[in-house]
Design a protein around this ligand. Structure first.
Ligand code: ADP
Ligand code: MG
Length: 568
């Protein structure tokens, strides 16, 4: 080789790619278009896996869940203005859920945007992104790409993780600079999410409270799942003997069948507990803000483990704030479970156990019903068995009744295997999460989707088929949102919450070369899902559910405002 022929120049395209690679970013999720089409092509050529979607929101959701699963930022790449806005929904959702993610969008020329002269896809993207994410940066010079990417990565994963926006104007990509200077300008982020050790006095305060408790309870949230401190957390629960309640995405951190799980006695546990230790769970609407009927009349004291100091006292007084990263905090608590530690009062443990067994026994017959048409319980009973037989599979879940009932019915056995609508209870994460999970882990994914929820991201079945991902989608098809029974009182149109009756979503999958199956009974559902997951082939199973089986808004119907003057 002639050394004189070696390239001496680099450019914006290559510096972005090199900066991402240097920091261990292996995958980009996105939708190609002006001005980032070539960036995607070149990234693929340089060995980065580039997964092209049909809509940016789904690419963004895939990046967000990659961040949650891998503890490093998931990257989403979009075009300007509309593509950026589509991706921004996912970025805002990632931030709300504390998932590390970076949205990189191409943008149009500053000179024209700032004078509002009407450029192609003109938009002041940086200003729009700023209030909706944790941090937002723009890079104008190729020499700053290294530092820009480094800042984005550190902002996404340090402290409370979240979404970061990185604005790259079109002109940046073709800027050239000396290759050696370019290489030197790159920054490998050292210790991007440093350990945060809790103060010893804060640990004492928490331990004193726990020791004085008569009815202690631990609540594990998705922050605990994110932290990947699985062994420390298990050791803490088992050594302390404390009962625990997992939030939705913390299910499986310890298996739902664990003797100390209070999952099936949730209402009793919340009402009667006197000291509650929150580990990576916020006292937001999902925990009724720590007050009211859900929490009963017994006075309560809260201990909260969180990396974000300002989370403390967000809703009620936190008697013992434990600020630090979950791994370090739980390790500190474990070190204090010495000879002076006593297991919680037997009466409390017995109380939870009795309640739990009664609830499980009450539910059991409903899950075995093999009726046609299926109701939610019969269908979910079948899926519960499928997941039990494949504890390593990842469950993605969205919908109303499909979500609320699946969360309670399907037991999880391993950490970070349940991915769902999260803090906003947002619909539309389904296919993005399924694709992100399959790409990141290589494990089989089962997406259990309400028919309405599926509609928000359904076109990505093409993406699933194109990349031949091991994703099995089950549509709980009850012909509508909540139920499939509404009618228009004027007789003009279909009811506002209903879809085409008897729709065959399985045919969509066949259109792209995937496997489509239509089932009407829980037994057939069990067989079809088992076969699909064993085959690893992209499959969509249309499960016909009784249109009258659901309830309005699933478990959260009480959040619907009521009209006092509504005409019947
Ligand atoms: P859930 O919805 O499961 O209750 P939330 O999303 O409400 O969970 O809460 C997660 C919490 O975990 C957030 O307050 C976040 O700051 C915190 N968190 C995330 N990662 C860590 C970590 N590594 N260490 C400590 N706290 C964390
Ligand atoms: Mg429905």
């Amino acid at each position: 080789l002639d050394p004189a022929a070696e390239p001496e120049l680099t450019d914006g395209f290559h510096l972005v790619i090199d900066a991402l690679k240097l920091n261990g970013i292996e995958t980009i999720y996105g939708v190609p278009g002006i001005p980032i089409t070539d960036l995607g092509r070149m990234a693929q050529a340089e060995g980065i896996r580039v997964i092209s979607f049909r809509h940016e929101q789904n690419a963004g959701n895939a990046a967000a869940i990659a961040g949650f699963l891998g503890k490093k930022p998931g990257v989403c790449l979009t075009v300007s203005a509309p593509g950026f806005l589509n991706g921004l929904t996912a970025l805002a959702n990632a931030t709300t859920n504390c998932f590390p993610m970076i949205l990189i969008s191409g943008s149009s020329e500053r000179e024209i945007v700032d004078l509002q002269q009407g450029d192609y896809e003109e938009m002041d993207q940086l200003a729009i992104a700023k209030p909706l994410c944790k941090a937002a940066f723009r890079v104008l010079h190729a020499a700053d790409i290294g530092i820009g990417v480094a800042r984005a990565i550190r902002a996404a994963v340090s402290g409370r993780p979240g979404g970061v926006y990185l604005d790259l104007p079109a002109k940046l990509f073709s800027q050239v600079m000396d290759a050696e200077a370019g290489a030197k300008s790159l920054v490998k982020v050292i210790d991007p999410a440093p350990a945060q050790i809790p103060a010893p006095a804060a640990v004492d305060r928490a331990i004193d409270l726990l020791k004085g408790a008569r009815r202690p309870l631990v609540i594990l949230g998705k922050g605990a799942a994110y932290a990947q401190a699985d062994e420390e957390i298990r050791a803490f629960i088992e050594k302390s003997g404390l009962p625990f309640l997992p939030m939705s995405m913390a299910k499986g951190l310890l298996e739902d069948t664990h003797p100390q799980s209070a999952g099936a006695a949730r209402s009793t546990a919340l009402k009667e507990a006197d000291v509650v230790l929150l580990v990576g769970a916020r006292l937001n609407w999902l925990l009724s803000h720590g007050k009211g009927k859900t929490w009963g009349d017994a006075p309560k004291k809260f201990i909260q483990v969180d990396i974000e100091p300002r989370e403390m006292d967000s809703n009620v007084e936190i008697a013992a704030p434990l600020v630090g990263d979950i791994g370090s905090v739980i390790a500190a608590l474990n070190a204090r479970l010495d000879g002076s530690w006593q297991a919680p009062p037997a009466e409390w443990i017995e109380n939870i156990r009795t309640k739990k067994e009664a609830n499980i026994a009450k539910m059991a017959p409903k899950l075995l019903k093999n009726s046609v048409p299926m109701d939610f319980h019969g269908a979910l009973g079948a899926l519960k068995t499928v997941v039990k037989e494949r504890p390593d599979a990842i469950l993605v879940n969205e919908g109303a009744n499909t979500l609320d009932l699946a969360r309670g019915i399907i037991d999880m056995y391993r950490p970070r295997k349940r991915l769902d609508v999260g803090t906003w209870g947002v619909m539309g994460i389904g296919m993005g999460f399924a694709i992100g999970a399959a790409v990141e882990t290589g494990k089989p994914v089962l997406a259990v989707e309400g028919d309405s929820a599926f509609g928000f991201s359904g076109m990505e079945v093409e993406t699933i088929c194109r990349y031949a991902l091991p994703v099995t989608i089950v549509i709980f098809n009850n012909n509508g949102i909540y139920r499939g029974t509404d009618t228009d009182p004027t007789g003009r149109d279909p009811g506002t919450t209903v879809f085409v009756p008897g729709a065959r979503y399985d045919k969509m999958m066949e259109a792209f070369g995937g496997v489509g199956v239509n089932v009407t009974s829980p037994d057939a559902l069990y067989r079809a899902v088992s076969a699909a997951m064993d085959s690893g082939k992209p499959t969509l199973i249309n499960a016909e559910i009784d249109p009258a089986a659901g309830s309005e808004s699933g478990n959260i119907g009480s959040l619907n405002p009521q009209s006092v003057v509504k005409k019947k």
